[in-house]
Design a protein around this ligand. Structure first.
Ligand code: 0GY
Length: 288
């Protein structure tokens, strides 16, 4: 089965930046291997296999201690590859699952025991068929009782329409990839202002991740730095960072994860900000 996009970087550089002890890569995926954990029939793309042992080797190579593994759309609602990786990682990983309204309480309890701490609601139209909002609200009420939170993935043009729904959700809400701003518009554009206004509500967190997807200029992603740095400095206790390895759907280039880690000191310029971004915040949310 051939992947629809570039394979992940085979040999990422050792970053110049040393993450603080206990650093968490709070957004990454495991894919397959397909012969053990087949991809979902309803998927919108076919990924390259990116199994757990490769993820753990990358974690060690980059100087990180822990992972938050996020269920991606290519595995649909079949969280077996995720749960298997969590079991292998022991206390060194937590998970974000994708479930439907038919998920049983027993399945939720099993995922909780494995280390799942959130569900992901995906609104990106090229990745998933739409789910009615009442369905998401029903799932939200059920996972709230487990103490889980909600991770949402959407693109900037959908923010205005989604805002009332997001505010209605009963848990902490983590927004993937800064709400995917249009970097070409610049950091002072009202669209990014709308995202910052949403973040003023303390229920919202965001991942200052994915410069490789958002950048117009490419590596080392200078054009994305002001967006992420603004969020880190303004909301230092509600930001997370992740590699997004193995970078599904990247067609422009296969990002070097070492180069991505070297973006961190540019968006979190002090040791205190780095400690919150990479250690304190993810530990509070996923290991607290
Ligand atoms: C990401 C981004 C992407 C894919 C998914 O669930 C997914 O398939 O999240 C993307 O293509 O933007 O966060 O890894």
């Amino acid at each position: 089965m051939d992947a629809d996009y570039l394979p992940f970087h085979p040999n990422p550089a050792k970053p110049a930046f040393s993450p603080p002890p206990g650093a968490v890569d709070a957004h990454c995926h495991v894919f397959g291997p397909a012969e053990v954990f087949p991809y979902a029939p309803e998927r919108k793309y076919t990924p390259c296999d990116a199994p757990k042992d490769k993820l753990f080797a990358l974690r060690d190579h980059l100087g990180f201690a822990r992972n938050v593994i996020v269920q991606a759309s290519c595995h649909g609602r079949d969280n077996r590859a995720l749960v298997d990786a969590l079991h292998s990682a022991g206390d060194l990983a937590r998970g974000v699952a994708v479930v439907g309204p038919d998920v049983t309480d027993a399945a939720l309890a099993e995922m909780d025991a494995a280390g799942v701490r959130a569900v992901r609601f995906n609104f990106v139209k090229r990745l998933v068929d739409a789910t009615p909002r009442e369905v998401f609200l029903g799932i939200a009420d059920r996972i709230a009782t487990l103490g889980w939170h909600i991770v949402v993935y959407f693109e900037a043009p959908d923010l205005e329409d989604l805002t009332p729904f997001l505010k209605q959700l009963p848990t902490t809400v983590v927004i993937d990839h800064m709400g995917r701003p249009d970097i070409a518009k610049g950091v002072d554009h009202p669209d990014f202002g709308r995202f910052i206004a949403l973040m003023e509500d303390p229920k919202f967190w965001t991942k200052v991740s994915c410069p490789e997807r958002l950048s117009v200029t490419g590596p080392p992603y200078d054009d994305v730095v002001p967006f992420a740095r603004t969020l880190v400095e303004r909301f230092p206790n509600r930001v997370l960072w992740g590699t997004d390895w193995p970078h599904p759907n990247m067609k422009s280039h296969a990002p070097d994860d070492g180069v991505l880690v070297d973006v961190v000191p540019r968006i979190a310029p002090t040791a205190a900000l780095q400690q919150r971004l990479l250690v304190d915040n993810p530990m509070r949310l996923y290991w607290g």
